[in-house]
Design a binder for this molecule. Structure first.
Ligand code: IMP
Ligand code: MG
Length: 182
C-alpha cells in the first residue's frame, strides 16, 4: 500500500524566504534603476513569490502572466511546453523580467526564454526563487536566483503537488519523496 506524500522537513523557513526575497528585490531595483520592469510570471507556482517580490521592488513595474503545461508526469517535466494562456502585453521594446518559482531540468525555462526573446523585448532576464542542480544541462542563464536546492521535490510558497500545499508559508520536502521516472 502506498502512503500519500505530505510536506515533511522544512528546507527554507518563512522568515528566510522573506529575507531573501527582500535581497532579490533590492538587487533587481538597483539594476533596473531609471527603467520600468515588465514582470512576467508563470502561473500558477510563481504567484506567491511575485506577490512578495514586487511589493519589495522600488522601481515601477507592470506584471503579466502566462500559463503553460509541460507534458510529463506530476513530478517530472518533458520540455515539451504548451501555452495555455498567453501574455496580454506585447513585449517589443520592454525590459522583461521572467519570474519562475523553481527551475528543475530547466527545460520549461529554456522554452519560455526562446519564446519570449522572439517577441523583441529590449532586455530579458530570468529570476527564479529556487534552482535545482539539473538545470545546468539546459544552459539557461538565471540572472537572479534565490536558493539552490538539492534534487528533492518540494512544496509550499506557491509550489504544489497535485495543486495542494501552495498556501504553505515555507518550502518543505515532500515525504516520502515521489518516485522519479528515468
Ligand atoms: P523543469 O522544466 O524540469 O525545470 O520543471 C519546471 C516546472 O516543474 C516548475 O515550474 C514546477 O511547476 C515543476 N516542478 C519542478 N520541481 C518541482 C518541485 O520540487 N516542486 C513542485 N513543482 C516542481
Ligand atoms: Mg506545478
Amino acid at each position: 500500500m502506498s502512503q500519500e506524500p505530505r510536506p515533511g522537513e522544512v528546507l527554507i523557513g518563512a522568515e528566510r524566504l522573506q529575507q531573501r526575497v527582500g535581497e532579490l528585490a533590492e538587487t533587481i531595483s538597483d539594476d533596473y534603476k531609471g527603467r520600468e520592469v515588465l514582470v512576467v510570471g508563470v502561473l500558477k507556482g510563481a504567484v506567491v513569490f511575485i506577490a512578495d517580490l514586487i511589493r519589495r521592488m522600488t522601481v515601477p513595474c507592470e506584471m503579466d502572466f502566462m500559463a503553460v503545461a509541460s507534458y510529463g508526469s506530476a513530478t517530472h517535466s518533458s520540455g515539451v511546453v504548451r501555452i495555455l494562456k498567453d501574455l496580454d502585453t506585447p513585449l517589443e521594446g520592454r525590459d522583461v523580467l521572467l519570474v519562475e518559482d523553481i527551475v528543475d531540468s530547466g527545460l520549461t525555462l529554456s522554452y519560455l526564454v526562446k519564446n519570449l526573446r522572439s517577441r523583441g523585448p529590449a532586455s530579458l532576464e530570468v529570476c527564479a526563487l529556487l534552482v535545482k542542480p539539473g538545470h545546468r544541462r539546459a544552459g539557461v542563464d538565471i540572472r537572479y536566483a534565490g536558493f539552490e536546492l538539492p534534487d528533492v521535490f518540494v512544496v509550499g510558497y506557491g509550489l504544489d503537488i497535485g495543486e495542494r500545499y501552495r498556501n504553505l508559508p515555507e518550502i518543505a520536502a515532500l515525504e516520502p519523496a515521489p518516485v522519479r521516472q528515468p
